[in-house]
Design a protein around this ligand. Structure first.
Ligand SMILES: CC(C)(COP(=O)(O)OP(=O)(O)OC[C@H]1O[C@@H](n2cnc3c(N)ncnc32)[C@H](O)[C@@H]1OP(=O)(O)O)[C@@H](O)C(=O)NCCC(=O)NCCSC(=O)C[C@H](O)C(=O)O
Ligand SMILES: [Mg+2]
Length: 297
């Protein structure tokens, strides 16, 4: 099943009002955070609030992830125990640097009997995580690892390495491409990190377009005001969907049955373009389905 992941909105698990709003916002998914958005003294309250929010449900077709605390913190085991019981769609693990880190989470989930439907997402936001991105992505071949995707974390990368986050992201583009290639080599989804300058609407629009063009499936967000622009950027335009349907229809004609390349509207089109066209239509259909009410569980 293709799932639109144009926009995944982070919200602090300690912010009851934000958790309440999550059910109504037009994001494709939400990330209920226990890590950086939650102060140490509020971790326990946040964990309890996330558990009751998940128990109550009401997220419709939105994907729900819980971001646990990092593996070098005193909280991650309790976070995982809660999430394993509460059954979000996935658990997002910050600061994963190695396959051992990923295995520690996957093994713990198995030990506590967590349902196999709960996927693991990892944040690529350490120097070692970026360097090991391919080894990490390769773990998607092992079902026991539950690996579903990467989330790029520019703030932590900048903190650890001193690489600055600049407008236009020139300093980060090489590692962004490296992470996108690693994810794609193993069929994983990859989401871009957040844009913190909430008031900078133009800068946000540019970063969304750049993220789309660099191959991300979508972007993580930190404020509801960012959702609509992000969704619009990652939605295939109507003209692109129409062209995709024309390409598929052209290859379906009997006279083209044995042809690898054809001419359509003055352009060469190959079967690889038909594959791209099928993906465009699948994502457009999945986005259209997001607008329909979800079937009751
Ligand atoms: C950044 C914020 C602290 C701003 O909060 P606030 O000043 O309260 O915003 P507003 O007054 O503009 O809010 C207006 C209404 O919207 C609701 N709201 C705000 N943010 C969210 C949200 N994220 N989800 C849901 N609802 C939200 C407010 O409650 C107001 O509602 P109403 O009462 O009806 O008017 C805040 O936006 C925030 O906490 N954002 C998320 C921060 C976060 O999760 N950070 C962690 C993820 S980013 C990260 O970790 C970096 C990454 O790992 C890396 O390394 O790069
Ligand atoms: Mg981070």
């Amino acid at each position: 099943m293709i799932r639109p992941r144009r926009s995944l909105l982070f919200m602090p698990g300690s912010n009851a009002r934000a958790l309440e709003k999550a059910r109504l916002l037009p994001a494709d998914g939400v990330i209920l955070d226990l890590e950086d958005a939650v102060a140490p003294d509020a971790k326990e309250t946040a964990r309890a609030q996330i558990a009751s929010t998940l128990a109550e449900g009401g997220f419709g077709r939105r994907e729900v992830l819980v971001r646990i605390n990092a593996l070098d913190s005193p909280w991650w085991l309790d976070d995982l125990a809660m999430a394993g019981k509460a059954k979000p769609d996935g658990i997002l693990v910050p600061k994963v640097s190695s396959v051992d880190d990923l295995a520690a989470v996957a093994n713990r989930l198995t030990d506590i009997g967590a349902d196999m439907s709960i996927k693991v997402w990892i944040m690529i936001e350490t120097a070692r995580g970026v360097l090991n991105a391919e080894h990490l992505a390769a773990q998607a071949q092992d079902e026991e690892m539950r690996l579903a995707g990467f989330v790029f974390g520019p703030n932590d990368i900048s903190r650890e390495t001193g690489i600055r986050m600049l407008p236009g992201r020139a300093t980060m583009l090489p590692m962004i491409s490296h992470c996108v290639l690693a994810a794609r080599a193993y069929g994983l989804t990859i989401l871009d990190g957040p844009f913190s300058d909430i008031a900078n609407i133009e800068g946000f629009a540019c970063e969304c377009a750049q993220a789309r063009d660099f191959g991300f499936d979508g972007k993580t967000l930190i404020h509801p005001s960012q959702i609509e622009a992000c969704n619009a950027t990652f939605t295939p335009p109507a003209a692109e969907v129409e062209q995709a349907r024309k390409i598929i229809a052209a290859f379906a004609l009997p006279e083209n049955a044995t042809r690898g390349a054809i001419q359509l509207d003055g352009r060469m089109v190959e079967r690889l373009h038909a594959e791209i066209a099928k993906k465009t239509i699948a994502i457009a259909d999945a986005i259209a389905a997001m607008a329909q009410p979800a079937r009751p569980a």
